[in-house]
Design a protein. Structure first.
Length: 341
């Protein structure tokens, strides 16, 4: 982690929600973490990750709740460690995820997650209930961030999210694409996170020794490790996402752009849990899904846009990515108003 890493003030508002009616106490907590309270009034404000991580730890002490009092029951201190201790004993990510969702339900009363597998697609569905729209919004996003970050940590790699639908609405933020991917929608019938079910076959690679380190540095892992806006994977992702497929660099060219040797480039991506080809496939898949959902472009045009000269090759690749062919994928999702990439 570098000190230039930062998070949106939205997440400060999330974790301090319980202190909204205790301004003096909130001010003292923020001051202890080295955060100026005035930043809460800045829509585009940001705080350093180190300060946010410190705030996280201070609030665990102050609130005695590892879910920041966003649930009517909450998670007493030690709950998260207890959950994690069981997960590292599972052989693969599917069993760990099912246990993770079940264990969270032992503590939380207002948020319940379930896993649905449809062929090559895995979907985490989240139901929520109770009073306070803002509390539920903060709680749902906190719940999902904990679950997804745990999946990344357990597998030792970044899990690419193909589609995220949030039931609530809110303004979009610069961090959204990094946290939730580019296929993020608000105001859906249900909160869902979709990704390739192939990830569920990954082994759990963490041990008890690793868990102890993880718990000591949990805020940094959960906030930044696999969602690092300044990380190499994020830089590559943004570079590809913001340029036409025909202008995408090769691995050699990408390494040269970043002033790295090929070996160093590969090694650094591996440390972040991914590879250059995986990022390319993630971007192609994301653009294809977005265009099928949000435009009326022909499937042939979309195929060319993501680098397939033959529609049949695109159909095969898309079926491998999602378990559906492009036509079925589009038919099952109403076309939204056209938007840019």
């Amino acid at each position: 982690m570098q000190e230039k890493d930062s998070v949106a003030v939205y997440y400060v508002q999330t974790v301090t929600y319980a202190l909204r009616e205790q301004p003096l106490r909130r001010q003292a907590v923020l001051a202890e973490a080295g955060i100026d309270e005035a930043v809460l009034q800045q829509p585009d404000g940001r705080v350093s990750v180190s300060a946010f991580a410190q705030l996280w730890l201070i609030l665990l002490r102050e609130l005695d709740d590892e879910f920041f009092c966003l649930d009517s029951h909450g998670m007493p201190r030690g709950s998260f460690a207890l959950i994690c201790r069981g997960l590292i004993q599972e052989p693969n990510l599917e069993k760990a995820l099912r246990q993770c969702l079940g264990n969270f339900s032992l503590f939380l009363r207002d948020f319940r997650g379930s896993l649905v597998i449809r062929g090559q697609r895995a979907i985490i569905c989240v139901d929520s209930w109770g009073e306070g729209d803002e509390r539920l919004r903060f709680g749902v996003e906190t719940f999902l961030q904990l679950i997804v970050s745990l999946l990344c940590w357990l597998s030792g790699r970044r899990i690419a999210l193909d589609r995220v639908q949030l039931q609530h609405g809110r303004p979009r933020m610069a961090d959204d694409s990094l946290l939730w991917g580019f296929n993020l929608t608000f105001g859906g019938n249900r909160t869902e996170v979709e990704f390739s079910s192939q990830y569920l076959r990954l082994p759990v690679v963490q041990s008890l020794a690793n868990l102890k380190t993880f718990l000591r540095t949990a805020p940094h892992w959960l906030i930044i490790r696999f969602r690092n806006q300044q990380g190499l994977a994020a830089q590559v992702y943004q570079r590809l996402r913001n340029s036409h497929y025909g202008q995408w660099p090769t691995l050699v060219e990408m390494a040269r752009e970043l002033h790295l040797s090929q070996t160093t480039f590969r090694r650094r991506l591996e440390r972040e849990g991914c590879a250059f080809q995986e990022i390319k496939d993630e971007v192609r898949r994301g653009i294809a899904q977005q265009k099928l959902r949000q435009t009326r472009l022909s499937i042939g045009d979309i195929a060319v846009m993501v680098g397939f000269q033959e529609p049949s090759a695109f159909h095969r690749a898309f079926k491998k990515w999602t378990g559906e062919n492009p036509g079925s994928y589009r038919a099952s999702r109403p076309v939204e108003d056209d938007v840019g990439v």
